[in-house]
Design a protein around this ligand. Structure first.
Ligand SMILES: Nc1ncnc2c1ncn2[C@@H]1O[C@H](COP(=O)(O)OP(=O)(O)OP(=O)(O)O)[C@@H](O)[C@H]1O
Length: 397
């Protein structure tokens, strides 16, 4: 990658190599001045004695694949938010945050928009539909849905050619798919089951034949937060697939200028469903057209190996589970002496940052957010019942 921009007078050992911009101040979230490529400040080097050192930045000039690991409460979502804030200020890029827990709304204060995403049914390929609806593709209803979606796409030339007009003619609606099911030459029981599953998908509220094209999310450089809190897992997976693939295709087709960064919180959940192929595409081929992917998870062991092997940026907060540490071990390159697990810092907001480009691993204190962070475990002592009671008892009257 190209993480660690550092102060040019840093005595940290390894010298910056190609693509790394020396940082001259640690105040901004992003540096774009003069000849320097944009660098997103994520924190500071953390010395053994706990003192903060030179500023650390992620080079946002080129695309990356990255992972952010950490046990619950160690600061993963917070770190993703720090990255989103900085990317929102960097020129030429556009962050899109997948927010399954509803903790990134604070990015509004950085000019971000929070959307309840809708995607076009046609963004999900026919063969993925049975799985999406929880149907066996080899079953009667499963194969019927598959066929109906394929036929609807074939009958819709503008859609097949990637048309993104605002009308509903670009993609079949779920109601139209149900009509096709009703008219299909198939046993009544299969038609009934297929229609019921399509009706359920309609109730998720994430599909719309006239949903705006995914490229709208990156029309300007402000962060877009896809609010998926409370969205059923399958539906959230459909959104992530459509967005991941949509950004990739839009870059390939030259429809978007900016380099998109897809930041996925709770990423393990998305590698377990319909979004998996699109995320793998970004991991393995996303950098060629300029699409970055950063996956944050508390369960690294539940991510596919490719997520780590393809990542050129690894940010690891504290981990303890053996399976998760094993996944981290896969990232150990020959240039990293000793095992990474033993080097994980323990404090909240502290992380080991492994930078493939400079072939280094450093302990970093992630900087504080400039916008509110919605994460963190709820505390009984912070509930209204307690704070309200405390306020009452302090009332001088
Ligand atoms: N870099 C940091 N600077 C200051 N506080 C931080 C930092 N990172 C995390 N915190 C604090 O720790 C809390 C937990 O962080 P966060 O919500 O990111 O945890 P998480 O690892 O994503 O946990 P979960 O898996 O439960 O979502 C935050 O609400 C914040 O108060």
């Amino acid at each position: 990658m190209h993480v660690l921009g550092r102060d040019s007078d840093s005595d940290d050992g390894a010298s910056p190599d190609g693509g790394i911009s020396p940082r001259t101040n640690g105040e901004g979230d992003c540096e774009t001045d003069g000849e320097l490529p944009p660098t997103v400040r994520i924190g500071s080097f953390l010395a053994r004695d706990g003192s903060a050192g030179a500023a650390v930045g992620v080079d946002a000039d080129g695309p990356h694949a990255g992972v952010v690991f950490g046990k619950r409460g160690t600061g993963k979502s917070y770190t993703l938010g720090v990255l989103a804030e900085g990317l929102g200020m960097a020129r030429g890029v556009a962050p899109v945050v997948v927010d399954p827990m509803g903790v990134f709304g604070g990015l509004r204060a950085a000019g971000g928009r929070v959307v309840e995403p809708r995607v076009r049914p046609a963004a999900i390929p026919p063969k993925a539909w049975p799985d999406l609806l929880g149907l066996d593709p080899a079953s009667g209803p499963g194969s019927l849905v598959w066929r109906v979606v394929a036929d609807a796409r074939d009958d819709s030339d503008p859609l097949a050619s990637g048309d993104d007009s605002e009308g509903s003619d670009g993609s079949p609606s779920l109601a139209a798919l149900r009509d096709r099911v009703a008219d299909a030459d198939a046993p009544a029981a299969d038609r009934r089951a297929a229609a019921n599953h399509l009706r359920l998908a309609e109730s998720w509220g994430v599909f719309g034949a006239d949903a705006p094209p995914v490229r709208r999310f990156v029309a300007d450089g402000d962060p877009t937060v896809l609010d998926l809190a409370g969205t059923p897992e399958a539906a959230a997976g459909a959104v992530v697939r459509a967005v991941a693939r949509g950004l990739y295709d839009a870059r390939i087709d030259g429809e978007i200028d900016r380099l998109p960064w897809l930041l996925v919180d709770e990423a393990h959940a998305f590698f377990d469903g319909v979004a998996d192929p699109a995320l793998r595409t970004l991991l393995t081929r996303g950098r060629a057209p300029g699409v970055s992917l950063v996956c944050a998870t508390q369960r690294p062991g539940a991510l596919p190996s490719v997520a780590v092997s393809q990542s050129d940026l690894l940010v690891a907060h504290r981990l303890t589970a053996e399976r998760d540490l094993d996944r981290l071990a896969e990232a150990e390159a020959t240039y990293l002496a000793g095992d990474l697990a033993s080097r994980l810092p323990t404090g909240t907001g502290e992380a080991l940052v492994v930078d493939d480009a400079t072939e280094t691993a450093h302990t970093v204190r992630i900087r504080e957010r400039r916008t509110p962070h919605g994460g963190g475990s709820p505390r009984a002592s912070e509930t209204e019942a307690v704070t309200g009671a405390a306020a009452e008892s302090e009332d001088p009257r």
